[in-house]
Design a protein around this ligand. Structure first.
Ligand SMILES: N=c1c2ncn([C@@H]3O[C@H](COP(=O)(O)OP(=O)(O)OP(=O)(O)O)[C@@H](O)[C@H]3O)c2ncn1[C@@H]1O[C@H](COP(=O)(O)O)[C@@H](O)[C@H]1O
Length: 134
């Protein structure tokens, strides 16, 4: 996956200075970051709609369009795929540390914290509302 995104990113860089009349990518670079952002958002919304409609084939197609538009915005913003991979690796490392936390049960404080106490009336209210509905 990261290999094909890197190839796509390089293809986008190679196309950005082509003739906007023949290259979609060059056209997006000519129109600038706000147009790129709009296209990216449109593709994201299409993925969301297709997912909600249960159309997995369309989700796959629109996801590929979404990734293309994401690489265009990265290129415009001076962000390289490896910058994103580094951030992902950093997060994986953090999760790795979390997994190494002691597995013995954590003792809860005897007195509920103010946050938990403050939530109690809301829970009771929710209970009353749902009883009225039935
Ligand atoms: N990989 C892609 C790629 N994937 C998806 N798209 C998108 O293809 C979609 C086109 O689908 P449609 O014809 O249905 O167009 P549309 O969304 O209805 O309408 P518009 O996007 O034209 O407004 C657009 O949303 C593009 O954003 C891509 N456009 C270009 N590339 C690659 O980008 C490189 C540069 O290509 P050019 O931009 O053509 O120079 C090449 O390697 C291309 O293969």
């Amino acid at each position: 996956m990261s290999d094909s995104l890197e190839r796509l990113y390089l293809a986008v860089l190679a196309a950005k200075d082509l003739d906007p009349a023949t290259s979609r990518t060059a056209r997006l670079f000519q129109r600038g970051p706000s147009k790129m952002a709009k296209k990216l958002a449109e593709e994201a919304i299409e993925v969301v709609i297709d997912a909600v409609n249960g159309d997995s084939e369309a989700v796959i197609r629109e996801s590929a369009d979404l990734l293309y538009n994401l690489t265009v915005l990265w290129a415009s913003a001076g962000v390289r795929p490896e910058d994103v991979w580094r951030e992902m690796a950093r997060r994986e490392d953090m999760l790795g540390i979390a997994e190494k936390l002691p597995k013995s049960p954590v003792k809860l404080p005897k007195v509920a914290s103010p946050r938990v106490a403050a939530r109690r009336p809301i829970v009771a209210l929710e209970g009353r509302v749902s009883r009225k509905r039935h």
